[in-house]
Structure formats: structure tokens, C-alpha cells
Design a protein around this ligand. Structure first.
Ligand code: ADP
Ligand code: MG
Ligand code: ZN
Length: 730
């Protein structure tokens, strides 16, 4: 084994990767691996795990084996390394026979520094034979949480890794993951027989991320509104099913958001194309199942939305961790509905009992997280076994809202006593039952109805005991037993509290059934801390305009309009005098004096950017846009004759017109000129167009009547009406 001091690591870092400094504990990790020790790395997504094996691989003799489940990204990853001048290859099922042979040959001639391998390739006999002949420097296991069935991304082949590595000789192992609860960590180490490994765990706190959970009330509208406020920013929307992914991607597209779908059901090349479009910023938003994202290194993802509840908090943290990797802000929004959790539970009903229980517990934790009023960051970090000392992170909805507070000293004592008297062998529900004096079977069979704490909770009629226990856990007075799910044990801190208690305030949790609506309204009114609520481009534009006008009139800018008014204009896009007068701090007087150039600027801006101007977002719905309608829109885009479209979909011409009108009336612009120009002369078109321009109604019957002398056909009238609406209204 090489000695770390042989290398000036920092120099090498600069020389090979161009970085000036190590991040976090990268350097110690690298030294540990170079010294030939087993190394276990827990570092949040984006913190720079890859470097921990890539640099040693370059420095050491032989080839490092990198085991990774991310076949789709292997080419990308090795390409990046090759660009740095490092010989890196991959071995997986996407290679042709001859490519495979070449890779093996080059590895055996000791040219290759890193070989990425999928775990399923590793189990193949001939690959194993080949690896046994190669000079291997060490083995890296990326995304090591895949080993644990307690985690969120279990891959059975991962459990065979240790045996395989052993068959290759005595090699140092470095295992890396971005997500490991204490339980998963234990499981991974055990399975890899790495209990003696040096563990390097970094803090999971990502202070640039804002965490928020909103009741899922009108999700489509919530989604579009959220994204439209972040025009041009990159984001990921996670949905549970492939069907929802398709539906939402389409919904966003019809609402002028550049969005693409990603899920395992798409053809590999489509998937790759969409992923690349997102990475290259041809698409702003990727709508995906959790199949998307592991290993994706896009630094400027500004938001991650969970349109459906995630399946585990671990997965959730990993997924939201893809936001703000560049250290700038990232907004993580979960739309939460208990119904979603029930649905997820139902999906599990065909699984084995253990699997089902496991999945249920993971879901339970989601519910607790979503409904709990404690700082989200505190909750999440607690989940990963890390204590967040501050009371208020300032970066989550719970810290921004005012939840009702209450003094909880006596109740905490009561629960801790109950835990003690029941010998710390029970879970939250049982403890709650005991203090509430619920005489159920369990309570009675253990004789817990005889305990002094039995029924004492009735002195605190306002208390929600399950919620209280949750708080107690997050505040570390009780802890979950790793071995026995659900069993709560008193911590040292809890013992101390029992000996000498002190005042402690907890907050009331959300009542998602009753307060959902209130909460929603409240949230709408809180200023956005992350992601400006207004259109920054327009805001800047209007501010410059204000400066110019103020100069012309020789007035200070604030006399024209004040900043909050300009912010509001950049939020509601007023395009008429009346609308402008509605803006706070404006009024008709000001509109007359200063309004014109501002209105002109907004109108121009709105047109250029195709922005909907209603003060609330108007959602064009894709829901009633059946497959047929989408087909029609696409065909019209390609200028296919209407008769042909009708025939292709087995529609009469009238039926096709119905569909087209429907599309048009729901706000989509259609350009039928290519067809209209074939069937109507220009001046006839213009006459009809003028008619609609001056008519008070677009009613077909009225039009037929009024135009009866000019003998226009119904079809012509309908066509021009669509042209007219598309050009003027949509
Ligand atoms: P993860 O921990 O999620 O696997 P990666 O290894 O993909 O993270 O690294 C995330 C990003 O951080 C990459 O763009 C990488 O180039 C960058 N990075 C890693 N280490 C450093 C460093 N010491 N200095 C600067 N950038 C770094
Ligand atoms: Mg990684
Ligand atoms: Zn907080």
C-alpha cells in the first residue's frame, strides 16, 4: 500500500481535478483509503463523494473497481474522467461483446485507473474470472445504502458484494452513501463486514435548502403557480406513478413550462434524451418517478417538488438533496395528503409481511414528519441521528409560521414516567393509551391499568399525546430502539429531565383534516424567503424605467412608484389602467400621471413572454385534453390537412371541428392558416375576421344570421372564428 505522505494530496487535487481545496473531510477519507483501511463514508448528496475514490484511484497502482447501480450514468461519469485525462472505463450490459473484450484487455495491461461495474455484471462468472487476473487497487461501493433492505433503494445483488470482493483477494473497501439512518448504517456495515471500518460522517445539514410541506389541496394549480413564479429555473417534480409523471409533464407543457417526463417505462433513448435535455437546460423541469436523479450532478436545481408523498424520509432527503448543489438556494416543497399515504399502503398489500411492515413504518415516518410542527431541519437531521441544536433554522415553513405553543413540562414527565414504569418496552401508542387511561386488552393484560400514571393524562385534556411523544423523540428525551421497531427507550437526556425537569415549550401540530384550508391561506400570505414571488426580470425592467422617468421629471424615483408597488406589478402583471390602479400604493391619480409607460412596458413584456395576466394563475388544463386532442394539436403544428387528421382519427369533419374548437376555447393557440388559405380567399377571410372583431358575440347562430347575405358556410365561419380567437384571445 502506498503511504499518504508520499503524495502531496493537495497538489494532486489541483493537478488532476483542478480543485484548490478539499471539501469537508475528503482529505482524511482519502488518506485512510490510501493507508489500506476500510472506509465508510456518509456524506450528503452533492458534497463530493466521488472524489474520495477517484483521487486515490489515480494515485494508486492498478485498477480501482467502482461498483455503482447507476448504469445510465456510467458512460457520463467515465467520459468526465477521461476529459480530465484519467483512463476510466465501465463494464455493464450496454457494452457490445467487442467493447467488453477491449475493456478487459486494457484493464489487464494495467492501463486503466478506474473500472465502473454494475453489481449484476459483477456476479457474472466470466467477469469474475477476468477480475481475478487483474491488478486491483481497491473496491469502491457507491450508493452503498442499496445494500440495506431498511433503506429506500434496496438492490438484492448488492448483498452479494462482500463475498465477491473477498474472492478477488484482500482489498481495501470504501463504501459511500448519501443517506443512512443509524439503522441502515448498521445494516450496511454488517453486510459488508465492515464493522471495523473508519466511519466518516459529515453533517447532513444543508443550510441553503428551504423545506416546506403544503396540504395537497388543488395540486395542479399549486404546482403551476409555484413553477411559474420561478420562470426559467431548473427544477424536479417527483410523482409516484408513471401515469402521473406523463400527465403532469403534459400539464406543465400546455402551460408553457418547458417540462419533460422521465420514468423507467420510457424507451432507454427517450429517457437518456430527456435527462440530457434537463442537464443541458433545454428543459427547465423534469417530471419524474424516483427512477430519476441518483448520481445526477446538476448544480443549479432550484427546486424539488414532491407532487406525491415520498415513500420514506430517507429517500425524501436524498431527492430534495438534489436542489442547490451549487450552494445557492433550493426550495423543497412536498404536497401532502394523508390519502396518498393510504394509497401507498395499499400498494404494499401483496408484499411479504416483513416487507409490508417495513414499508408501513417508513410511511408512518412521512406522516409524522409532514404533520409535525417542529422545525423541519431539526426533524430531518434527527432522523439521520444528528442533533440540530438551534431552535429555529429560519429555512423551513414551521420556523416561519406561528404554531400555537404550549408548556409541556408536566406532560413530558408523565410520558417519561410511563415509559419507565412499563419497563421501556412499548411504543408511542401504548404509552398514550396508558396515560389516557384506555382500558384496552394490552393495557390490562400487562397490568398497566394499575400503574400510578394510568389515566393521569386526563388532567391535560388539550394534549394530543401521540404528537407529544413525537416531540419528545425529536427533542431526544426518548429514542427509538434500533433492534425493535417502535419500542421507545429513555435517553440520558430523558433521565436527566426526570431528575430535574424544567420548563419546555412544544408547538401544536397541524390538524390536516380541519386546518388544511387555513394553513394553506396562511402559507399563501407569508412572504417567500426562497425564490422571489415576483418576476425579477420585469421588476428590474420597471425599476430602470422608473429611474428614467424620475430623471426626466426631475423627481426622486420613489415619488413615481415605491418598490413594493413595483414588486406587485411584477407579480400581477396589470395591463389596463384599472388593473394598475388596483396595485397597492398606486391609485387612479398616479395611473394618470405616470401609468402609461409602465403599462406599455408590462404589456410588451407580457406579450413577449407569453404570460397569462390574470392576477391568479389561470391553468390551462391538460386533463380534458385527451390523446385525440394532443394528436390534433401535433398534426396542426405539422400543417397536416384537416381532412387527413379527421380520417386518421376516424372523425367526421364536424367532429374534428368540435375538437378543435374545444382546444381553442381552453386557451391553446392554433394556427390553421395553412389550411384556411387553401379553402378560402383572402378577402373573404378578412371580411369574416372583421365581423368577429366588431361583433359583440362569437355565437355561431348569430354569425350565420348576420352574415346570411354573404353566403358564408358554417365551416368557414367556424374556421375563421378559431383563427380569430387564436390570434386575439389566446
Ligand atoms: P456526491 O457526494 O453526491 O456523489 P459528487 O461527487 O457528484 O457528489 O460531487 C458533486 C460536485 O462537487 C461535483 O461537481 C464535483 O466536481 C464537486 N466537487 C467535489 N469535490 C470538490 C472539491 N474539493 N472542490 C470543488 N468541487 C468539488
Ligand atoms: Mg455520487
Ligand atoms: Zn426550521
Amino acid at each position: 500500500m502506498q503511504k499518504a505522505q508520499e503524495f502531496n494530496l493537495k497538489e494532486k487535487l489541483k493537478e488532476v481535478f483542478g480543485h484548490n481545496q478539499f471539501r469537508g473531510n475528503q482529505e482524511e477519507i482519502i488518506k485512510n483509503l490510501l493507508a489500506g483501511n476500510h472506509t465508510f463514508v456518509i456524506m450528503p448528496t452533492g458534497a463530493g463523494k466521488s472524489l474520495c475514490y477517484q483521487l486515490p484511484a489515480v494515485l494508486m497502482d492498478g485498477t480501482a473497481i467502482i461498483i455503482s447501480p447507476l448504469i445510465a450514468l456510467m458512460k457520463n461519469q467515465t467520459d468526465q474522467l477521461v476529459a480530465f485525462g484519467i483512463d476510466a472505463r465501465f463494464l455493464n450490459s450496454t457494452l457490445s461483446k467487442s467493447e467488453m473484450t477491449k475493456v478487459k484487455k486494457d484493464v489487464l495491461s494495467s492501463k486503466v485507473k478506474m473500472l465502473y461495474v454494475a453489481p449484476e455484471s459483477l456476479t457474472k462468472e466470466d467477469n469474475l474470472e477476468f477480475l481475478k487476473k487483474a491488478q486491483i487497487s481497491f473496491v469502491a461501493i457507491d450508493e452503498a445504502h442499496c445494500i440495506s433492505e431498511w433503506g429506500h433503494d434496496f438492490r438484492p445483488e448488492y448483498r452479494k458484494i462482500r463475498g465477491i470482493v473477498d474472492s478477488l483477494g484482500k482489498l481495501p473497501i470504501i463504501a459511500l452513501t448519501a443517506t443512512a439512518t443509524p439503522k441502515v448504517q448498521q445494516d450496511v456495515q454488517k453486510n459488508l463486514q465492515m464493522e471495523d471500518a473508519n466511519v466518516f460522517a459529515s453533517s447532513f445539514h444543508r443550510s441553503n435548502l428551504f423545506y416546506e410541506v403544503k396540504p395537497k389541496k388543488d395540486p395542479k394549480k399549486q404546482l403551476i403557480k409555484f413553477i411559474k413564479q420561478r420562470k426559467g429555473q431548473s427544477g424536479i417534480v417527483y410523482c409516484l406513478s408513471r401515469k402521473t409523471v406523463e400527465e403532469i409533464a403534459e400539464l406543465l407543457s400546455v402551460n408553457d413550462i418547458k417540462a419533460l417526463p422521465y420514468h423507467a417505462g420510457l424507451e432507454a433513448d427517450v429517457r437518456m434524451r430527456n435527462q440530457d435535455a434537463f442537464l443541458n437546460e433545454d428543459a427547465d423541469v423534469i417530471v419524474a418517478t424516483i427512477a430519476f436523479g441518483m448520481g445526477i450532478d446538476k448544480p443549479d436545481v432550484r427546486f424539488v417538488i414532491h407532487y406525491d408523498a415520498p415513500k420514506s424520509l430517507e429517500g425524501y432527503y436524498q431527492e430534495t438533496g438534489r436542489a442547490g448543489r451549487d450552494g445557492l438556494e433550493g426550495h423543497c416543497l412536498m404536497l401532502y395528503d394523508r390519502e396518498d399515504i393510504y394509497k401507498l399502503e395499499k400498494f404494499n398489500k401483496d408484499k411479504s409481511v416483513t416487507e409490508r411492515d417495513n414499508a408501513k413504518h417508513l410511511l408512518q415516518e412521512i406522516t409524522e414528519y409532514a404533520e409535525c410542527s417542529v422545525c423541519r431541519v431539526k426533524q430531518l437531521l434527527h432522523y439521520f441521528g444528528e442533533e440540530f441544536k438551534a431552535h429555529n433554522c429560519g429555512q423551513c415553513d414551521n420556523c416561519h409560521h406561528h404554531h400555537k405553543k404550549y408548556e409541556a413540562e408536566d406532560q413530558v414527565i408523565l410520558i417519561l414516567k410511563a415509559a419507565k414504569l412499563t419497563e421501556q418496552r412499548f411504543g408511542a401508542k401504548h404509552l398514550a393509551d396508558v396515560v389516557m387511561g384506555v382500558p384496552n386488552e394490552y393495557v390490562k393484560s400487562y397490568g398497566h391499568d394499575k400503574l400510578e400514571v394510568y389515566g393521569k393524562g386526563l388532567d391535560f385534556p388539550e394534549t394530543d399525546w401521540l404528537s407529544l411523544v413525537r416531540h419528545i423523540l425529536i427533542f431526544d428525551f426518548l429514542e427509538k430502539d434500533i433492534e425493535n421497531y417502535g419500542v421507545l427507550k429513555i435517553t440520558e437526556k430523558g433521565e436527566k429531565f426526570l431528575k430535574s425537569s424544567h420548563s419546555i415549550t412544544f408547538t401544536k401540530d397541524y390538524d390536516f383534516s380541519a386546518e388544511a384550508e387555513e394553513a394553506e391561506e396562511e402559507q399563501e400570505n407569508t412572504p417567500q424567503t426562497s425564490g422571489k414571488a415576483y418576476d425579477e426580470v420585469l421588476f428590474d425592467l420597471l425599476k430602470n424605467l422608473r429611474k428614467r422617468i424620475a430623471k426626466e421629471k426631475n423627481l426622486p424615483p420613489y415619488v413615481v412608484f415605491q418598490d413594493p408597488s413595483i414588486e406587485e406589478m411584477a407579480t400581477t402583471y396589470p395591463t389596463t389602467k384599472e388593473e394598475l390602479a388596483q396595485v397597492n400604493g398606486v391609485g387612479m391619480g398616479k395611473v394618470q400621471k405616470f401609468g402609461k409607460p409602465f403599462l406599455d412596458a408590462i404589456v410588451k413584456y407580457v406579450e413577449e413572454n407569453e404570460i397569462e395576466t390574470a392576477s391568479d394563475v389561470v391553468i390551462k388544463s391538460a386533463v380534458n385534453k385527451s390523446k385525440v386532442k394532443i394528436f390534433i394539436i401535433q398534426q396542426i403544428d405539422r400543417k397536416v390537412d384537416l381532412e387527413e387528421i379527421a380520417e386518421a382519427k376516424d372523425l367526421s369533419f364536424d367532429e374534428l371541428m368540435d375538437e378543435i374548437e374545444h382546444i381553442c376555447y381552453s386557451g391553446t393557440k392554433l394556427n390553421l392558416d395553412y389550411y384556411i388559405n387553401q379553402v378560402m380567399e383572402r378577402d373573404r377571410q378578412e371580411d369574416l375576421y372583421d365581423y368577429f372583431m366588431n361583433s359583440e358575440t362569437d355565437n355561431l347562430q348569430v354569425a350565420l344570421q348576420e352574415l346570411s347575405e354573404d353566403d358564408f358556410t358554417e365551416e368557414e365561419i367556424r374556421l375563421i372564428r378559431i383563427k380569430f380567437l387564436s390570434e386575439v384571445a389566446n
